[in-house]
Design a protein around this ligand. Structure first.
Ligand SMILES: Nc1nc2c(ncn2[C@@H]2O[C@H](COP(=O)(O)OP(=O)(O)O)[C@@H](O)[C@H]2O)c(=O)[nH]1
Ligand SMILES: [Mg+2]
Length: 421
């Protein structure tokens, strides 16, 4: 078993660990807790295996109902086929280095499930350094193949905010009846919440607490650059009410905010991955465009602000004079225009287009339309599209303007049914 550091202090993950072996996991976590693995060597060795898991953070005052809610969420996540790792941090526990008994008991039923791994960390009265070992344990669970990793921590200051930084989706649990305490939360953890949950919604005052939280949300900066509206949800862990809605909202947030927020950005790959993102977005948009597909238009090249589409003219593309229908030329140019202008990931609404016809095209001609960005400001962008024959003859030129909305481009999961024309 190669989970011990070698004599040079290098640590490598064993195959058993990467396969999620519980005993190896438990032993490695103990080594992390006892500082037996050199700082940094674990994360470096795990780097190729990281970034797949969705990491949730749950925080809130002691007794807010976090552990009970977490248990209810485990049931829901298991029903959705997930493997879940849990790291529970309780700084108030007097039990050193081991389980926090109450949390074990509250997560007991699902804690024994083969697809759940729970580890409690006691902070022995202080939280210093805990955020870094929490991050290492999260990395370990990610590498071990857990789909969802949940970190539970008590929300009472800067240390918890630090711990919550490892999470992709941060949930703040607020029981009813906090009154002025809700106000006090504003300065700290409420600022980092992606979802707010009023726990114990069976108790009186839950609706008023939800309203207070909603009011306070207006005071904070938008989450995830304005792409996400922080919802205020209700849950009753005892009856299970609201738990499925909470898991739905968590999944929606994962889709918007992504995974692996804690991992270092890879600056070298950044420009390449941006270009690649634009390309894959455009190709997927093209594949999901039923009208373009029905005409036989395919996208052959794309990058941020540019797109090339092609079409080989058939009988069905001709007009009554036996040459290419002007509508087909327009459709070709407009398809390239639409793809190029949406390639940045924000919905671009066409507001103006102008087209000149230079030469007639015939059946059998292979046409190319190349769109590129002429100018782009915050709200408007202008594109030019050159339509040419494969031999270089210019068929048409097109210019179009778009209004750039704040809405993120969503590629339909299933391309619409192809129409026949
Ligand atoms: N009425 C009610 N009580 C709850 C609910 N969820 C948790 N509790 C109780 O609140 C107390 C604290 O719960 P716990 O999950 O340990 O809170 P934590 O400290 O935030 O992890 C326990 O006595 C729970 O039984 C709920 O939905 N309704
Ligand atoms: Mg707890």
């Amino acid at each position: 078993m190669s989970q011990r550091p070698d004599r040079h202090g290098n640590w490598t993950p064993s195959p058993a660990l990467l396969a999620g072996d519980r005993r190896v996991l438990a032993r490695t976590i103990s080594q992390i807790e006892h500082g037996q693995i050199a700082a940094g060597s674990l994360s470096a060795a795990l780097a190729p295996h990281l970034g797949r898991a969705h990491v949730l953070g749950i925080t809130g005052a002691p007794g807010a109902g976090k552990s009970t809610l977490l248990h209810a969420m485990l049931g829901e996540l298991l029903a959705r086929g997930r493997r879940i790792g849990v790291v529970a941090i309780d700084p108030s526990s007097p039990i050193s280095g081991g389980a926090v008994l109450g949390d074990r008991v509250r997560m007991g039923q699902h804690g024994a499930h083969p697809d759940v791994f729970i580890r409690s960390l006691a902070a022995r009265g202080h939280l210093g350094g805990l955020s870094s070992s929490t991050e290492e344990i999260v990395d370990l669970l990610d590498a071990a193949g857990f789909d969802t990793i949940i970190v539970e921590t008590v929300g009472a200051g800067q240390s918890e905010v630090e711990i919550m930084r490892v999470a992709d989706t941060r949930i703040v649990a607020c029981p009813p009846g906090l009154g002025d305490k809700v106000q006090a939360m504003k300065a700290g953890i409420l600022e980092i919440a992606d979802l707010l949950v009023v726990t114990k919604s069976d108790l009186p005052g839950a609706d008023a607490t939800a309203r207070d939280l909603q009011d306070m949300l207006h005071l904070r900066a938008p989450a995830t650059g304005g792409l996400w509206t922080v919802p205020v949800l209700n849950s009753c862990a005892n009856s299970g009410a609201g738990v499925a809605d909470l898991v739905d909202a968590i999944d929606r947030h994962a889709a918007v905010a992504g995974r692996g927020r804690r991992l270092p950005a890879r600056p070298v790959a950044k420009t390449a991955s941006v270009a690649e993102d634009a390309q894959s977005l455009v190709l997927r948009l093209a594949a999901a465009d039923p009208f373009a597909r029905s005409l036989g238009i395919t996208c052959t090249e794309a990058s941020a602000g540019c797109a090339t589409v092609t079409l080989t003219l058939a009988q069905r593309h001709l007009n009554f004079n036996g040459t290419c229908h002007g509508g087909v030329i327009f459709a070709l140019a407009d398809t390239a225009f639409g793809l190029a202008s949406n390639s940045h990931g924000k919905v671009a609404a066409g507001i103006d287009a102008h087209l000149t016809y230079q030469k007639a095209a015939q059946a059998g001609d292979c046409l190319l339309a190349r769109a590129f960005e002429v100018s782009r400001s915050r709200k408007l962008a202008v594109y030019r599209v050159d339509v040419s024959r494969a031999d270089g003859a210019v068929i048409s030129s097109f210019t179009g303007t778009v209004y750039i909305t704040g809405v993120t481009v969503a590629v339909p999961a299933q391309p619409a049914v192809q129409e026949t024309m």
